[in-house]
Structure formats: structure tokens, C-alpha cells
Design a protein. Structure first.
Lengths: 112, 114
């Protein structure tokens, strides 16, 4: 079965530094991969989607890479701010049917 | 993007009872989804609810336990039936964005079963 692993449960970084989160998957080759942000007590919020033929995608201070050979996506938050503190989830649409499988998430805490 | 509301936002229920959760979207959407997020865990898809057809359930979820209605393109309900403490979770609905595959989520319903 498809397995989605995010590198660590928690990441603590200093304000201004870059946070790098990892999402690894097995047993399938998804057409695209998504990243969401979830704050406590709230539903996930869509951030970025990257397709299999795209190596990199950017949105403001966020950057996502997608390596289909390694079956890995990296999610970077540059110039991090305390407001970036949240849980970040990667998600795959394994069968291209809009049904998402989520990783366990990485909780990022940015210290001022 | 779509704006999604859920009712109730939270509830505390006794075991053996049922709770119906409502999901309202501010625009017409074809595909709606229901997820469960157990304490400290990630999201697990329960079922897909498309208007005009029966909901399709993921492995481990059955209609008798989680009946779903989808009467129109802006509304859906999920019922958690014959509840046990193991059903204590956050239940979220989402809709497909219609663009590139992204989904928009409601705020969730936090259910505690005692």
C-alpha cells in the first residue's frame, strides 16, 4: 500500500532561518503532490501543488521541489517568521481521482 | 477558492448515540469529501460524496456507521452512528477546488464520545 512519510514530527528553528521539510512516498508515482498548512483547531489550508514534470514551484517565501526518481518532495520556508509556526502536511492523489492521502505532518515552531 | 462551514463546531456525545454533521459550501461543487483526524494524527479519507450518486467509502469505513447525504451541490451531511469513544475525532469536509487538484477544507467538527 502507499506509504507517505514526513521526516520528523517537529522542527524548531530560529526566526529568519530556512525550514526544510521532507515528504517521502513509496509504491506509486503520483501525477502531483500537494502541501497544506494546518493550524491548531482548524482545517488544512492548501499551499502549493507540484506536478511530476515540474522540478520546483515557488510561492512567496515557500519553495517546493519534487524528485520522482527519489520519490521525494522537499518543502522550504525561507526567512521564517513566528507566524509560520504550524503543522505542514504533504498529500498525494495516488490514483488521480482527487482522493488525497496525507502524511502525518511536521510541526514547525519558529522562535523569535 | 470555496468557503466551507460546518455545524456543529464541537460536541460531546454519549456512547450509543448518533451525531449528524453538516457541511455547507458557498458555491456549487461536484466533489465533496469527508475526512477523520484522530487525536495527534493526520487526516484519513472516509468517503467521497458526489451529488446524485451514492457515496463511495474507503477501506475500513462503512455506510451503516457513517451514512452520508448529498442532497444538492452545496450541502452534505455525515452521520456518525452508534458512537463509541474510538469515534472521538475531528471530522472535516472538503471540496475539490476545480482547478489544479487542490482541496478546500471546512473548520472541522470536534467530536468527543464519553
Amino acid at each position: 500500500s502507499q506509504k507517505i512519510e514526513q521526516n520528523s514530527e517537529a522542527l524548531n528553528i530560529q526566526e529568519g532561518k530556512t525550514a526544510t521539510l521532507t515528504c517521502n512516498y513509496t509504491n506509486y508515482s503520483p501525477a502531483y503532490l500537494q502541501w497544506y498548512r494546518q493550524d491548531p483547531g482548524r482545517g488544512p489550508v492548501f499551499l502549493l501543488l507540484i506536478r511530476e514534470n515540474e522540478k520546483e514551484k515557488r510561492k512567496e517565501r515557500l519553495k517546493v521541489t519534487f524528485d520522482t526518481t527519489l520519490k521525494q518532495s522537499l518543502f522550504h520556508i525561507t526567512a521564517s517568521q513566528p507566524a509560520d509556526s504550524a503543522t505542514y502536511l504533504c498529500a498525494l492523489d495516488i490514483l488521480n481521482d482527487y482522493k488525497l492521502s496525507f502524511g502525518a505532518g511536521t510541526t514547525v515552531t519558529v522562535r523569535a | 477558492s470555496a468557503v466551507i462551514s460546518q455545524k456543529p463546531s464541537r460536541d460531546i456525545c454519549q456512547r450509543g448515540t448518533s451525531l449528524t454533521i453538516q457541511c455547507q459550501v458557498d458555491s456549487q461543487v461536484t466533489m465533496m469529501f469527508w475526512y477523520r483526524q484522530q487525536p495527534g494524527q493526520s487526516l484519513t479519507l472516509i468517503a467521497t460524496a458526489n451529488q446524485g450518486s451514492e457515496a463511495t467509502y474507503e477501506s475500513g469505513f462503512v455506510i451503516d456507521k457513517f451514512p452520508i447525504s448529498r442532497p444538492n451541490l452545496t450541502f452534505s451531511t455525515l452521520t456518525v452512528s452508534n458512537m463509541s469513544p474510538e469515534d472521538s475525532s475531528i471530522y472535516l469536509c472538503s471540496v475539490a477546488g476545480g482547478g489544479i487538484g487542490e482541496q478546500y477544507f471546512g473548520p472541522g467538527t470536534r467530536l468527543t464520545v464519553t
